[in-house]
Design a binder for this molecule. Structure first.
Ligand code: SF4
Length: 338
């Protein structure tokens, strides 16, 4: 018998799952899980009979952490496997000022097939449930309780699993008292999903993996462009910004000799016109199996690319590589560490 997992559910769901236990017991159990309890036996304010009954019928986590790898730069990647065999990876990133960010997955694999991304090469296994999305945060909090930001930039396209994403954000921001302002959803550019997110009232930040706004090249690198053309993506961002008044992040993974041309920089400057954005430039992270086809850009390419965009008045930041040695950096999830 597969025992139901309790972690990652809202208060209301927990009360239902645990009925006929009184709702104050469900609240006590929720508080224990928030504090990082890994077994029912430590829940000392529950009668022993209740703890034993919980142990027979439930688990705390649905997934088990099969692998944990640490990078000397502080990044930690965990691989979680669920009872049906679906695997995901989640990453804890530490920035230069010591703030921790949890990078969570929304799908096992990804259907979008961006050609420079390891996860895209895996294809989609399945969507995650809201509880499976939230559970990742709990696993990471067992490693580092003080998490400042959450980014949905792990495996999968969050806006193709919108209902679970929405429910997960509601659980995280309501029950864990984690401000939605510290949550960023990153999309490859799903037009209806961006509009839905704008309408949702979730009040989270949005990042677009743009890579290039030159339509032919973008379509080649990110096949999602065929069904979500660049002008339509821009329209949806204008809509999102109109609804939320939030600054957007554009992300450009730079590939040597491919999307670092002035033409690509021009296309991004044009795309950004009329939007309140910051552009995050990310030198491509090597991925085993893809490193014959793609290469990280040279320092000179990055300088020329970012220099052009800064001249055009764009707010450009460069994301320094973190977690590359554990294959936990952008585009590397699902890759074995080298
Ligand atoms: S970059 Fe993101 S959207 Fe594209 S294949 Fe990888 S995980 Fe999917």
């Amino acid at each position: 018998m597969i025992r139901a997992a309790l972690c990652g559910h809202s208060h209301a769901e927990l009360r239902n799952l645990l009925a006929p236990l009184p709702s104050f017991r469900a609240d006590q159990i929720f508080q224990w899980m928030l504090r990082g309890a890994e077994s029912f036996s430590v829940m000392s304010n529950l009668p022993r009979a209740v703890r034993e009954d919980l142990d027979r019928n439930f688990t705390i986590y649905a997934g088990s952490v099969e692998k944990r790898i640490s990078d000397p730069d502080g990044t930690i990647k965990i691989r979680i496997v669920f009872p049906d065999g679906a695997g995901i990876e989640s990453v804890l990133l530490v920035d230069a000022s010591g703030r921790n960010t949890a990078c969570l997955s929304t799908q096992s694999g990804c259907p979008l097939g961006c050609v420079f991304c390891k996860t895209g090469r895996l294809g989609l296994r399945r969507n995650l449930t809201a509880a499976e999305i939230v559970e990742q945060l709990f696993h990471l909090r067992l490693i580092e309780p003080d998490i400042a930001n959450i980014v949905f930039m792990g495996m999968g396209e969050p806006l193709l699993n919108f209902d679970s994403l929405r429910q997960a954000i509601e659980i995280i921001s309501h029950d864990s008292v984690f401000s939605p302002r510290r949550i960023t959803v990153s999309t490859a550019g799903i037009v209806p999903g961006i509009r839905n997110l704008g309408d949702s009232g979730l009040n989270v930040r949005l990042a677009l993996s743009l890579t290039t706004a030159e339509p032919v090249l973008r379509n080649r690198l990110m096949p999602v462009t065929a069904a979500n053309p660049v002008p339509d993506v821009k329209e949806s961002l204008l809509y999102f910004q109109h609804k939320t008044r939030r600054r957007l992040t554009l992300e450009a993974v730079l590939l040597r000799g491919i999307n670092t041309r002035i033409l690509d920089a021009q296309s991004i400057a044009e795309f950004a016109r009329g939007l309140d954005v910051v552009l995050n430039v990310i030198p491509w992270n090597p991925v085993p199996g893809l490193d014959e086809e793609f290469h990280a850009p040279s320092g000179r390419e990055i300088a020329a690319f970012t220099g052009y965009l800064k001249e055009k008045g764009l707010n450009v930041t460069r994301r320094f590589r973190r977690g590359t040695r554990v294959a936990g950096a952008c585009g590397q999830l699902g890759a074995d560490p080298t």
